[in-house]
Design a protein around this ligand. Structure first.
Ligand code: DP6
Length: 402
């Protein structure tokens, strides 16, 4: 009997970034990282896996186009590993039919632009691992941590997309990667007013893919060594505490500092890697000016009272993700829309999507007062391509069996 299952998996956006590998074949990182899983209602990879005794080879379709299933080495590895787990289970339980030899057809698509710094490899490999595990009938026989370890071998950041909520990837120390696995710090219901606004500055494929970029950084950046040894361990501990205590100020400051340091490390790579563009820098400027309005200054900068309203973070691309609290979303959207006017021909539904629900909910007097204090000239029309409003979401889902 052929088996067919369709699953979806979420995108995750790190607030403590993974950048650098100590093992390039097992994808073992040089530092731990932490991310928020975003809602699959807005951003997701959907994957269908069909296993059929009549198939004579594995085949793969990505976003509607057939790819050479043997050319994608990371995918081949994840599939092999999952088949090996199935074989082991069959050997232990003779009532299980031999599925490990049967070929599979895999069809995967994203509902957002691939490789534009929106973590498509994370949701893609999480969906692939989760889907094949279900098709092979092993999903309920192994732990989510085991699935996370398998997904990691497809793309490092994918190991975090196996969980919902707030997720840490502990780098581990074992050479075989057995302890390099993600775990949930808090589930998606823990901090219900945490929202994300994705400001899409470009839909284009990035110039330097993460894998190649982080290898060059490992080989050439002195700053990376400092980050690994003296910054990330403390930051991981501090940001976990901030999340557990729902301390937004501490969460926001670590998030922005970590994004800044990741891009500083990219610039310290030789030759340098630049992922941010003028729009990204304008977003940083705007968020900083906005946050400053709520900071009570004192003579000593370190002891000034912070009142952050928005926290930016950028992956390996120019798109910003703002982590904000729901009560501030209408105001922040109004400020973003005033600074980055939509393209003249933009259809509101396409440009704003779900974010459209917040338009007009802001207090117009407050917003115009804030804009006059921020004093930032609007960017050219259309410099932001799209705004995606989303929230923290759950882990992978089974959508159906046929
Ligand atoms: C900047 O997981 O895409 O998004 O393991 O080589 O597939 P590979 O890299 P990938 O790198 C993600 C880098 C990042 C930071 C992060 O998500 O932690």
């Amino acid at each position: 009997m052929p088996t067919q299952v369709t699953v979806s998996a979420p995108v995750n956006i790190a607030v403590v970034k993974y950048w650098g590998k100590r093992d390039t074949s097992l994808l073992l990182p040089t530092n731990s990282s932490l991310s928020l899983t975003l809602s699959q209602d807005d951003l997701r990879s959907t994957t269908t896996v069909r296993i059929d005794a009549l198939f004579n080879k594995d085949r793969l379709w990505l976003n509607g186009k057939e790819e050479d299933a043997t050319a994608n080495k990371r995918m081949v590895r994840v599939v092999q590993e999952l088949r090996a787990v199935r074989k082991e289970l069959q050997n232990k339980d003779s009532s299980l039919e031999a599925l490990d030899e049967q070929k599979m057809h895999i069809c995967s698509e994203n509902n957002f632009p691939t490789a534009a710094g929106l973590a498509s490899s994370a949701s893609g490999f999480a969906a692939l691992t989760f889907g094949i595990a279900h098709a092979l009938g092993i999903a309920d026989k192994i732990s989510t941590a085991d699935l996370s370890r398998l997904a990691r071998q497809g793309s490092g950041s994918a190991c975090r997309s196996l969980f919902g909520g707030f997720v840490a990837w502990n780098m581990g120390i074992n050479p075989d990667g057995s302890d390099s696995v993600a775990e949930q710090v808090a589930d998606e219901k823990h901090w219900p007013d945490m929202e994300a606004l994705v400001l899409v500055a470009s839909d284009a494929r990035k110039d330097t893919p993460s894998t190649a970029g982080m290898q060059l950084t490992i080989e050439t950046s002195d700053l990376l060594r400092e980050r690994i040894a003296n910054v990330v361990p403390q930051r991981m501990s501090d940001i976990k505490t901030a999340i557990v205590n729902k301390n937004y100020d501490a969460f926001a400051e670590h998030t922005m500092r970590d994004s800044n340091q990741f891009h500083a490390v990219c610039l310290d790579t030789f030759p340098p890697i630049t992922y941010l563009n003028d729009v990204s820098r304008a977003v940083i400027h705007l968020v900083t000016a906005y946050n400053n309005l709520f900071t009570e200054k004192s003579d000593n900068a370190a002891s000034s009272k912070k009142g952050y309203r928005a926290a930016y973070t950028f992956d390996a691309g120019p798109n910003a993700v703002l982590y904000v609290r729901r009560e501030h979303v209408p105001e922040i959207l109004a400020i973003v829309n005033a600074t980055f006017p939509a393209p003249a021909d933009a259809d509101k539904q396409t440009y704003l999507g779900r974010a459209a629900q917040y338009v007009g909910q802001e207090d117009k007097t407050v917003v115009s007062d804030l804009l006059s204090k921020i004093k930032m000239a609007p960017m050219p029309q259309g410099s932001l391509k799209r705004i995606i409003s989303t929230s923290v979401g759950d882990g992978p889902r089974v959508l159906g069996w046929n």
